[in-house]
Ligand binder design. Structure first.
Ligand SMILES: *[C@@H]1O[C@H](CO)[C@@H](O)[C@H](O)[C@H]1NC(C)=O
Length: 178
């Protein structure tokens, strides 16, 4: 089977991943969901530096190894406030720690400069600033930006239809060209 063109989708830090993996020849489009979209050689710390820190920044708990997470209550409050309680409880329980060193990781050449990109802005995101997301969508010259009122950082759980439709739009545009 010949592998067809690929649409990469990244949520949150996944945006850094697709910004780099997207340089592969078979990647035809990028979809950023409430994500970071760094520039060439830019870290996430630098990308966010011009935007006011959110209240959640003070809520993250760090251990001695630099791993971080939110308390159960703060996860519900900041990460998934628009997700049904039972599901948000489950997400909080399995969140796992993230590696704080990632804020300093530098992107390689940014694939969004060469590949058509799509962006979903979560207007009530309390993990990544909605202002940063809206700015990124313009900065990467997104061919389509969907801005979702009331959506939290967990938009892909709370608004799966809107997220899926944006991915389908990207896939249809790729299919029309191939
Ligand atoms: C990446 O940015 C850092 C900090 O500005 C700089 O020291 C480094 O030389 C840059 N690397 C490249 C490959 O441009």
């Amino acid at each position: 089977m010949t592998p067809g063109p690929v649409v990469l989708v990244g949520h949150s830090f996944g945006g850094l991943a697709i910004t780099n993996a997207g340089n592969a020849d078979n990647v035809a489009a990028l979809v950023y969901i409430s994500a970071f979209a760094p520039d060439d050689n830019q870290s996430i710390a630098e990308l966010g530096a011009n935007f006011a820190p959110l209240p959640s920044a003070k809520a993250f708990i760090f251990d001695a190894q630099g791993r971080f997470w939110l308390s159960h209550d703060d996860f519900l409050k900041y990460f998934a406030p628009d997700v049904p309680k039972a599901q948000a409880n489950l997400m909080a329980a399995v969140q796992g720690p993230a590696d704080g060193a990632r804020f300093e990781w530098r992107s390689g050449p940014a694939a969004w400069k060469k590949k058509p990109s799509y962006f979903l802005v979560s207007e009530h995101d309390q993990i990544i600033s909605p202002e940063l997301e809206a700015w990124e969508a313009k900065n990467i010259k997104a061919v389509k930006t969907v801005s979702v009122p009331g959506a939290s950082h967990a938009a892909l759980v709370s608004h799966p239809d809107i997220v899926a439709n944006l991915i389908i739009d990207a896939a249809k545009a790729v299919a029309a060209k191939s």
